[in-house]
Ligand binder design. Sequence first.
Ligand SMILES: NC(=O)c1ccc[n+]([C@@H]2O[C@H](COP(=O)([O-])OP(=O)(O)OC[C@H]3O[C@@H](n4cnc5c(N)ncnc54)[C@H](O)[C@@H]3O)[C@@H](O)[C@H]2O)c1
Length: 416
Amino acid sequence: MSNNPTTIGVGLISVGWMGQLHSRAYSNVPVVYPELGIRTRLVIAADTNDERAQFAEHVLGYESSTSDYNDVLNHPDVDVVSVCAPNFLHEEIGTAVAKAGKSLWIEKPVGRSAEETESVVNAADAAEVVTAVGFNYRNAPAIEYARKIIAEGKLGRITNVRGAFFADYSAEPNGALSWRFIRGLAGSGVLGDLLGHLTDLAHYVVGPIDKVTGVANTAYTERPKLEMGSGTHFDVVEGGEMAPVENEDYAGLLVHFGPDAQGAGAVGTLEASRVCVGPRAEYSLEVYGTEGSLRWNFERMNELELALGHKGPHVGFTRIMASSEFGDFSKFQPGAGTSMGYDDLKVIEAKKFLLAHVGQESIHADVHDALAANRVVYAGERAIATESWQSVEPVEGTSASTRTAADSTRRETVDA
Ligand SMILES: NC(=O)c1ccc[n+]([C@@H]2O[C@H](COP(=O)([O-])OP(=O)(O)OC[C@H]3O[C@@H](n4cnc5c(N)ncnc54)[C@H](O)[C@@H]3O)[C@@H](O)[C@H]2O)c1
């Protein structure tokens, strides 16, 4: 424990599911990571829905609340700002946070298009503010371990990747038409919502994707309306007024990993659906190599299936359990077998963000990673519209898994 703790003033914009989760994460960082000497002070929260603003003040413990997010930006005691608003406000608010000179933790997708994300990246770079993005799945200890053993070459040369983020949150035909289904408010459907997460995971573990093609469809073209700030996208509304669904329920991309990727030359499929019957939140990533393979599924977040080598009685997948060898697992549980949960991933994300805010080294998803994921997703959208392959413009300064120069030389020698 540090004798000289740094207190960081927190401002929150939007008090929905994610806003509440960010708040709990900020409160937990000093308890889970006392050695960092970081204290958090929940200063002010904004939501246009008065009940949610009140909830922030009276339940989450913010010192004050407001309906105008500018009050958060202008508050002198706010050092870092979480942006947990619906997607259509991300560019406007993310850019405003950067211009106000505050560190920015923004939910995914940062923009409804790669251009919107780029405008937040440019504002953050110009203001030289620290940023973080809510790609929480990369914080799962089993994913951190997967990334490590792939970087160590334990799987040999990566040949192919299969990822599927399959959810049932809108599997009911009368599932609510929240802002997520309206193009002006959300941008794309599952491409931005779930495939962005999966792309970031693939980038983090295997490396940057440089080419895509794909297909998409919409299973339910109308849904009952839901008022902004009421309920969630998991709600089912019986007998409500119907309105059109404006974006895709399913998308599948064929992808190719570029020359800088740890898995350079590998190919694969990345899929996402919000209307599956069966999977609840089955968010999976599988990586296949010449010497071994691994697969992970968020529904069994604390496990990794691993296969190493070609011979012997134990060839094939073996289930291993997250333990102190895996990422930050031991910060949450004293021993393997006792599970971490989804909220813990956000505590890790908050820790990485606050570490970067105080100027310490932190490998975490920031707005550059969000731009890299967005470019894949929107190249995918273009590819689907034009029934073609599209190349993906690379992004500098991401934390994607890239090959070192020594690695490239070694592999080129082996390949020759
Ligand atoms: N990282 C993840 O796993 C994950 C999971 C869910 C959502 N998200 C992202 O988080 C963001 C928020 O999603 P959510 O599920 O929390 O949404 P939500 O609908 O639960 O909450 C959104 C909140 O924004 C408020 N709001 C609307 N306009 C506002 C304004 N002008 N100023 C301030 N507040 C305003 C609404 O009243 C509501 O309380 C989205 O971008 C979504 O993609 C990320």
